[in-house]
Design a binder for this molecule. Sequence first.
Ligand code: NAD
Ligand code: UD1
Length: 309
Amino acid sequence: MADAPILVTGGAGFIGSNLVDALLARGYAVRVLDNLSTGKRENLPQDPRVELIVGDVADAGCVRRAVQGCRAVVHLAAVASVQASVDDPFGTHQSNLIGTLNLCEAMRKAGVKRVLFASSAAVYGNNGEGQAIDEDTPKAPLTPYAADKLASEHYLDFYRRQHGLEPVVFRFFNIFGPRQDPSSPYSGVISIFTERAQKGLPIAVFGDGEQTRDFLYVADLVEVLMQALEAPEVMEGAVNVGLNQATSLNQLLAAISDVLGGLPEVSYQAARPGDIRHSRANNARLVQRYRLPEPPTCMREGLAKLLGL
Ligand code: NAD
Ligand code: UD1
């Protein structure tokens, strides 16, 4: 198993490709399974230790082949946009739940145990809004995206109890950094705002801009994922991944303005239906189990790195 690769589903995407870089830097071989729907070949380095399988996690046969001979799996492949799932619940479900189930089944058959899973703060819906949300907060999936993430967690737990899989479930809050694709209206807000600010294009805020998110720089998340992959044992229970810091969109715009020395025109439009107002992680479990970089990357530093300044 010494040279057995780590399988990263969704490895050609934003978080996945940042993880692939870190894995290679630590000497791992990597296999990526990605359908290149939002991911890009160019996100992956030209390195003989990286194998890219272009395929779909909804295709059971393809997942079986990808899992074969792997040391562990990081399951990131999904339609990452909450709004996209609202527009196309059925299509999203193929990637976001059937994909997870295919992976569980393939791992069981191949005897591969460890799997890290990218769940989401979206599983809490509006519960705990305005407070730091802990993992025991009642779940309230408001969208197909959130329902599929929560159902995936339950399937992973079934395979843990029944078949000895070692799932590590992370509920990511809002991650930002290089390679987050700004090209769709569904893209992560920081990627859209920074790209438009750099190009001098108008910025649209949905709502009054006082909604808050708990933003974490991608390299800090990758640190945590590496530790979870290498931990000798897994601990039960999902783990929130955030900083326990609320940043409003208006504060975010002010920070971008500081870093770039100004902003283009900003307009305020109707809030997105179903948009969560406040989201902030209670990260006590995260800091108990893992070491976040000390100090974690602050917003200004993260923005500067993202903007290449
Ligand atoms: P991304 O869109 O950049 O990455 C997703 C990757 O999965 C892409 O490369 C895409 O091509 C691939 N993919 C999508 N459907 C697939 C399928 N059916 N088969 C194979 N590959 C498929 O988004 P990201 O922000 O890097 O998200 C990675 C994971 O983290 C997702 O599961 C997402 O739901 C989760 N997540 C992200 C955030 C965030 O703030 N970015 C927060 C919470 C959870
Ligand atoms: C994000 C992630 C989702 C994850 C969730 C966890 C993406 C695309 N979405 O969803 O995968 O599960 O965090 O917390 O990575 N906004 C604007 N103008 C824009 C774009 C967005 O005002 O041009 C607003 C939105 O209405 C929202 C906020 O910015 O209020 C954040 O939006 P977005 O980046 O899409 O993230 P989430 O919906 O929180």
